[in-house]
Design a protein around this ligand. Structure first.
Ligand code: DOR
Ligand code: ZN
Length: 442
């Protein structure tokens, strides 16, 4: 196994097993799979897919979906440095409970992951206490200050899979050009938190009718798209891989769609909360609805869904951003931005599937093969011979998000108390159960 592919060693190894009679569903594969079948697992790998399989323990998954383990390209684990919000153990447990088997963690920790020692610390901690695979993202600039490039080559040796100053954009275009050129030599995607700080300055939510009505200063949608437009010019110049984090506006979707049409190496992600909520959710000054980029308008929301449906948007990523009451139980303008995502993502997205606005193939692709390809990660498929990272979903299972039910240390989600349906019931990493809602392995 690669150094940065970490699995909780304490998870029990059940030996050989057969997942029996589920809907084996891998829509993002080169040869898409969708059939009722058994999946046989041995030595941590998928060794056979077919009917009437035997060999080892039989796990009944009738009426459930057996899909590749979900991959989240955008998670804040807060370790090192802010373990009162989340740590690698609780964050990866939340991931396992959400059906994720691989998560990429953002470098805005304390200290920042801008050097190999920090990268290696995260990789080591994840190996010791992590329930799922953790793939660190390194900083683009030292201490996220936007001034001097971080030692990207060295962090790559330590196991980073991408670079980003997430939480902040790289404002300096010349520096961004050098980051692109440097990253290209390592074939690393550069992940931009697209926000022109001169345009967004002082804005705590989306600028529009709602911000005017409730008297909170807004930031315009063009703060995001202006930055993406600038970056795309530099991508065209350098040929580097570019990934737009948490796309939130219609204009950004249009820009990415056009760039892809022109053949540029561009990918992007959308969060479940930008798909499910609009700036109307901020009307009551609930700081749990404060995120960066902010929740936008219904028109933006519609464009995001369209972009996900037509493949402009490659991945659903949570931007899981745990915060404690210290950061959230304050005035809206002073609150830290961010909401939890790992344990709400699947129920939120399966709601769109049930409503018929998103088909199940696109939904699962954007959680699996889509993100795997965007970052060039292994996994994300259910082929024979593949490592058995698997998520078993009950698409009809009622879920009510409650603070006691969350594995995350923080509770900052506006979805608390909301009744939804559809969730992961079993998560396997390398054939081992890291989450088992109904005790199938007991
Ligand atoms: O809402 C957000 N929270 N957006 C970001 O870009 C950063 C993140 C965090 O670190 O809390
Ligand atoms: Zn961000």
């Amino acid at each position: 196994m690669e150094a940065s592919s970490v699995v909780n060693p304490r998870a029990m190894d059940p030996g050989d097993l057969v997942l029996r009679g589920g809907r084996v569903f891998d829509p993002a594969a080169a040869r898409p799979l969708d059939q009722v079948a058994d999946v046989r697992i041995s030595g941590g790998r998928i060794v056979e897919i077919g009917r009437g399989l035997v060999g080892g323990r039989i796990i009944d998954v009738k009426d459930l979906w057996v899909v590749p383990g979900l991959i989240d390209l955008h998670v804040h684990l807060r370790e090192p440095g802010q373990e009162y919000k989340e740590d690698i153990e609780t964050g990866t447990r939340a991931a396992a409970s959400g059906g994720f088997t691989t998560i990429c963690c953002m470098p805005n920790t304390r200290p920042v992951n801008d050097q190999r020692t920090v990268t290696e610390l995260i990789v080591r901690r994840a190996r010791e206490v992590g329930a799922v695979r953790v793939r660190p993202i390194g900083a683009i600039t030292q201490n996220l200050e936007g001034k001097i490039l971080a030692d990207i080559a060295d962090m790559k040796e330590g196991g980073i899979v991408a670079i980003s100053d997430d939480g902040r954009p790289v404002m300096n275009a010349g520096l961004m050009r050098r980051a692109f050129e440097y990253a290209r030599t390592f074939d690393l995607p550069v992940v931009q938190h697209a926000e022109d700080l001169d345009l967004s300055e002082g804005g705590a939510m989306n600028e529009g009718a709602v911000s005017t009505r409730i008297g909170i200063r807004g930031q315009p949608a063009c703060a995001e798209s202006a930055m993406v437009a600038r970056d795309l010019e530099i991508v065209e110049w350098t040929g580097a891989r570019y990934h737009v984090a948490h796309v939130s506006t219609a204009r950004t979707v249009a820009l990415v769609r056009d760039a892809k049409r022109r053949g540029l190496p561009v990918t992007c992600e959308v969060t479940p909360h930008h798909l499910a909520l609009t700036d109307e959710a901020c009307s009551h000054y609930d700081t749990r609805t404060k995120v960066m980029p902010p929740l936008r308008t219904a028109a933006d929301q519609e464009a995001l869904l369209e972009g996900l449906v037509d493949g402009t948007i490659d991945a659903i990523a949570t931007d899981h951003a745990p915060h404690s009451p210290v950061e959230k139980d304050v005035e809206f303008e002073c609150a830290a931005p961010g909401m939890l995502g790992l344990e709400t993502a699947l129920p939120i997205i399966l709601d769109f599937v049930r409503m018929g606005t998103l088909d199940d193939k696109r939904a699962i692709s954007a959680f699996t093969g889509g993100p795997a390809r965007a970052f060039g990660l292994p996994g994300g498929g259910l082929t024979v011979g593949a490592v058995a990272d698997i998520c078993v979903i009950d698409p009809e299972r009622p879920v009510t998000i409650s603070s006691e039910g969350l594995s995350s240390k923080s509770k900052n989600t506006p979805f608390l108390g909301q009744a939804m349906a559809g969730r992961a019931v079993l998560t396997l990493v390398e054939g081992r159960p890291v989450f088992d809602l109904d005790s199938r392995f007991r």
